[in-house]
Design a protein around this ligand. Structure first.
Ligand code: A3P
Length: 280
């Protein structure tokens, strides 16, 4: 497995993320219509990629195109030819504000999607065994320590959320959570479409809500890993849509691990005016 590459303090993946391309990213031109979904890994990126694909380029998900959601909403940090992408251009990213195209401070829209870090840790742990790009993890406790220290792909969850949250005013950005979306999918989709200034008739809206439900997406190859290159994922080891639950951490964390995590969380997130509360 290729291992991690530390790029300007952020852990990315060697072979996938090329330094010379990353160096050029801040200068890439941004258009008014560009839409970015930005997340820490395992926070529901695929979910938002799929919703955006349904909202803007749904024909590409099916029929002759038959594209995976992650090809319709590709990662900007992976080198590709952006010129052929239809408008609006849709991008996903795990990067921090300083590494992204700086034009985003004036143009384009950002959807930042965060999730309870304990559920992120559990989802991430399982994902290491499915991804051929990340090292297999045997012991959860060891992984949890690496996660807390930021010694994983995309480094520290705490730094990611803090960095983006505190820079919210510098971008045209909607900040919300996986938990909120789980609680009321339709309400969240309306909120996203209002933010993007895109209106849908009731029938289309209901179609988007229905297609982006966990049960539906789990059955959809273009939201899972089956149609993505087998060089990247071993789909026999697990699915992208694994459980899709809030609070799954309770099946993995011991009481001691949970208490220790809560303490670290409180310390690291101290002083951040977060308007939401995790069910830690
Ligand atoms: P679990 O591993 O807890 O099931 P990402 O896309 O950022 O890698 O995040 C993956 C996580 O989002 C997985 O969590 C996956 O199940 C969850 N997810 C993806 N689509 C979802 C949906 N429609 N509803 C609920 N959870 C979803």
């Amino acid at each position: 497995k290729p291992g991690l590459l530390s790029y300007k303090g952020l852990n990315l993946i060697r072979n996938v993320h090329k330094e010379s391309y990353l160096d050029s990213l801040p200068e890439i031109e941004i258009r008014d219509s560009d839409i970015f979904v930005i997340t820490y890994p395992k926070s529901g990126t695929t979910w938002m990629q799929y919703v955006l694909a349904l909202m803007f380029h749904s024909d590409e998900l099916e029929g002759d195109h038959n594209k995976h959601a992650m090809r319709i909403v590709p990662w900007i940090e992976v080198e590709m030819d952006h010129s052929t992408t239809r408008l609006p251009r849709l991008f996903a990213s795990h990067l921090l504000p300083s590494l992204l195209p700086q034009g985003l401070r004036k143009r384009g829209k950002i959807i930042y999607f965060a999730r309870n870090p304990k559920d992120v840790a559990v989802s991430f742990y399982h994902f290491h065994n499915v991804s051929r790009l990340l090292e297999d993890k045997e012991d959860f406790n060891t992984f949890l320590e690496e996660f807390v220290e930021g010694n994983v792909f995309v480094s520290s969850w705490f730094d990611h959320v803090k960095d983006w949250y505190s820079q919210m005013d510098n971008f045209d950005m909607l900040f919300f959570t996986y938990e909120e979306m789980k609680k009321d999918l339709k309400r969240t989709i309306v909120k996203v479409s209002t933010f993007l200034k895109k209106s849908f008739d009731e029938e289309t809206l209901n179609m988007i809500v229905e297609k982006s439900s966990f049960s539906n997406m789990q059955l959809t190859p273009n939201a899972n890993l089956d149609t993505v290159s087998p060089d990247l994922f071993d789909s026999s080891k697990g699915r992208m849509l694994r459980k899709g639950k809030v609070g799954d951490w309770k099946t993995m964390f011991t009481v001691a691990q949970s208490e220790k995590f809560d303490k670290i969380y409180k310390e690291k997130m101290k002083g951040l005016p977060l308007e939401f509360v995790w069910d830690l």
